[in-house]
Design a protein around this ligand. Structure first.
Ligand code: ZN
Length: 258
């Protein structure tokens, strides 16, 4: 999906998935966004390790080498959003000041923060810290949106006809937005206050495009989020007798699911 505004061309390169494995924990299938404009090439987050090759391929298909990326925005420190910063290590790498301080202090082995990756990032020469309210790039304003993590940032963009908010895991999916309840939060009340802030932004910006971290993009019309596109996800498994023989499982919603 694509959006234009404020001198930016936005494209969702990878659409995050609203689900978890039954026995194997979080899938970490998260949204990755590409922004081009103002002479810059910007990537938001970058998925997990498994996305390295597909992400490089998505960029290559658009004529973008990894070294062409000028800025990497990191919404929060969880592995499925932050771990690929070394792909873009010559770029300016942006993370929230509050988020980095929190991530450096978490007990090892207990959270979804990739401890060594974040520690290396904290010493990286192109690291840039963001604060609440900063206009990080022309027309892209960071807003502190705690709950999922203490220093999570969302990015608000003012468009020519339609505004856009990059939510990532502050609001992971449509159900969290509509119910104001969240999975994976350190404090449900803090998350709820963040979701209320997002609703406030939507009221101020009618027809706003929302891009969550683990779901389809959605447009809020008359207070109701309408998903854009269809969820495409699946896995292939080797249950047969040869490498060529795989069973495919589609992980989209069942027929008739709204
Ligand atoms: Zn997360």
């Amino acid at each position: 999906m694509k959006w234009q505004g404020g001198g930016w061309d936005l494209e969702v390169l990878v659409t995050g998935y609203p689900g978890k494995a039954v026995l194997h924990g979080g899938l970490g299938w998260s949204t990755v966004v590409l922004l081009r404009g103002h002479g810059r090439i910007v990537v938001l987050d970058g998925g997990g390790y498994g996305l390295r090759r597909p992400l490089a391929e998505h960029l290559k298909q658009r004529g973008i080498a990894l070294s062409d990326v000028t800025d990497l925005l990191i919404s929060h420190s969880h592995h499925d959003h932050s771990v690929n910063w070394p792909m873009f290590r010559q770029a300016r790498i942006w993370i929230g000041r509050v988020e980095l301080a929190w991530a450096l202090g978490v007990p090892w082995g207990e959270t979804s923060v990739p401890e060594h990756t974040i520690e290396a990032l904290s010493r990286w020469p192109t690291l840039q810290l963001m604060d609440d309210g900063d206009e990080v790039l022309p027309g892209i304003v960071a807003r502190l949106a705690p709950g999922h993590t203490p220093g999570h940032l969302i990015f608000v963009m003012t468009g020519d006809r339609q505004d856009c908010v990059l939510l990532q895991d502050a609001v992971k999916n449509r159900v969290e937005l509509t119910t104001r309840r969240t999975d994976m939060t350190y404090d449900p009340a803090v998350s709820r206050a963040t979701i209320d802030m997002v609703w406030e932004i939507c009221r101020e910006r009618p027809g706003c495009l929302l891009i969550p971290g683990h779901d389809l993009p959605m447009v809020v019309e008359n207070g109701v989020p309408r998903p854009i596109g269809t969820q495409q996800a699946g896995i292939r498994a080797w249950f047969g007798g040869s490498l060529d023989e795989t069973t495919r499982y589609d992980l989209g919603p069942l027929e008739g699911t709204p």
